[in-house]
Design a protein around this ligand. Structure first.
Ligand SMILES: [Fe+2]
Ligand SMILES: [Fe+2]
Length: 481
């Protein structure tokens, strides 16, 4: 079998030889109807019968793995796809460094690995649930398609994690797979496992921020799991990363188009003060200070996903060779971190200060730093759009201690500039830094579906190029009556 190509000889497209793996095939076939129920009840609302121009993975060949075509979402071919096995791959870090990678799970690491797979798996359906109401208010058919593309791929990522659970974790794996379909984003009794995945995604600016900031957390987690000594996990994550790139593109280009439209509208109306919010909102576009507040919110919620700065769980997973660092193989050190230190931001005498800590327990902090550096690049590109338009405004990422609920800064109040303030002062100024009720209402007032091919809502610019070499007025979604 050519392991690059997907085979369709079972009901589940795959490149893992499912046809010859009866036990796992049966388990997945048993899980499938519950999955489809979940998709139909918790997936995109109102468009399940529409024809959507989607890409489907038909191979894992980096040179060309996707095929575009119209499909009804419930009929999307969700599959199990692993990047090709690398001949002679060895464990790149931790206590087992240099040993051949594992094709089966070492008994002593089973529980730790299960937890890593379940946590990753839980985020995938969560984001589909969070975004399920957005179809009706899409600013264009192009954007609607992008939303649905992200949704079907997040759902495929659920398949990716469920395959690992069913194949390697026996009855616990079956139970966990069922639980992944039972939890619900934002549910009081059965919430999703991580905070940011229980927040609402009420509007399209939130969606773009989510795909830019929160999917990027996903990228960092997948990157570090792609280093894993457990080879099937590594290979799964490597292929997921190729899909993930599009999700972040949707976010980055989405915000870029929002910012561009605002600047254009200001120019046309002769408004030079970006803080003249009343006048700018009269133009039906989103003022830049509100874009900043949304970025503050989604960036900080995403920082919380990295967990505590100092973490023995993270150190254990690293020592075990299960979860590495971002671009582990490119880092120039011993990959065991026996005596190494890493600067960790801590609260010292009321000031966020960098303190050297053992690098092993600071793995989360390092990944978060890598994330912040990665996230800052897009912000720079948005600022170029603003300065090119001649508007005097700069978007920034807030201080990492601002608006945190996990880790070192969970119980203090810090301004976006990193200055410690008391409760009362924070509450008084909160609405200057984070979206207010009024901001939310204003954005909500703009969210009206724009469903004619080639038309775009007034608050967002058309994309420079669409997808799959198609023109912007292509009918990306054929909406069922
Ligand atoms: Fe994902
Ligand atoms: Fe994603």
């Amino acid at each position: 079998m050519n392991e690059l190509n997907v085979s369709y000889d079972t009901s589940i497209p795959n490149n893992v030889g499912l046809a010859d793996d009866r036990r796992v095939l049966k388990a997945l076939e048993k899980w499938h109807p519950g999955y489809l129920d979940w998709w139909k009840t918790m997936g995109p609302e109102g468009f399940q019968e529409s024809m959507v121009y989607l890409r489907t993975a038909v191979s894992v060949d980096p040179k060309g793995w996707a095929q575009f075509g119209y499909v009804k979402m419930p009929e999307y071919r969700w599959g199990v796809l692993l990047a090709p096995q690398e001949e002679g791959r060895t464990i790149p870090f931790g206590n087992h460094m240099g040993e051949p990678v594992w094709q089966e799970i070492p008994g002593e690491y089973r529980a730790m690995l299960r937890r890593l797979v379940v946590i990753q798996g839980d985020t995938e359906p969560a984001s589909v649930e969070q975004q399920r109401h957005l179809g009706a208010t899409a600013p264009s058919l192009y954007d609607m398609r992008n939303l649905f593309q992200v949704n079907v791929e997040e759902a495929r990522h659920l398949w990716a994690m469920v395959y690992l659970l069913q194949k390697y974790f026996g009855s616990d794996g079956r139970e966990e797979s069922a639980e992944l379909l039972r939890r619900r984003s934002g549910d009081v009794d059965k919430p999703r496992m991580l905070g940011a995945f229980n927040e609402a995604t009420p509007d399209w600016l939130s969606f773009f921020m989510f795909t830019y900031f929160t999917d990027r957390d996903g990228k960092m987690q997948l990157e570090s799991l792609a280093q894993s000594g457990f080879d099937p996990l590594s290979r799964t994550c490597r292929f997921m990363l190729t899909e993930e790139a599009h999700h972040m593109f949707v976010g980055e280009s989405g915000i870029s188009r929002v910012v561009q439209r605002t600047c254009e509208a200001m120019k046309e109306a002769g408004i030079t003060d970006p803080y003249d919010i009343e006048a700018i909102r009269k133009l039906g576009v989103i003022d830049l200070p509100t874009v900043q507040k949304k970025a503050n919110l989604h960036y900080t919620l995403s920082l919380d996903l990295f967990g505590s700065e100092i973490s023995t769980n993270a150190a254990n997973a690293f020592n075990a060779g299960l979860k590495g660092r971002y671009q582990e193989t490119k880092i120039d050190d011993d990959h065991r971190l026996l005596d190494a230190t890493y600067p960790v931001m801590k609260l010292i005498d009321g000031k966020p200060t960098l303190v050297n800590e053992p690098a092993l327990t600071a793995i989360n902090m390092r990944l978060r730093d890598d994330y912040s550096a990665d996230a800052a690049k897009g912000v720079q590109r948005w600022n170029k759009v603003i300065s090119k338009a001649g508007v005097d405004f700069e978007l920034t990422l807030p201080h990492t201690a601002f608006h945190r609920h996990i880790g070192e800064f969970a119980n203090i109040n810090v301004t976006p500039d990193g200055e410690l303030v008391d409760n009362e002062s924070f509450s008084r100024q909160r609405d200057r830094w984070l979206p207010s009720v009024e901001d939310g209402e204003y954005i909500a007032s703009l969210m009206k579906g724009c469903m004619e091919p080639g038309k775009y809502a007034n608050w967002i610019s058309p994309p420079k190029v669409a997808i799959d070499n198609l023109p912007g007025d292509f009918e990306f979604v054929q909406i069922a009556a």
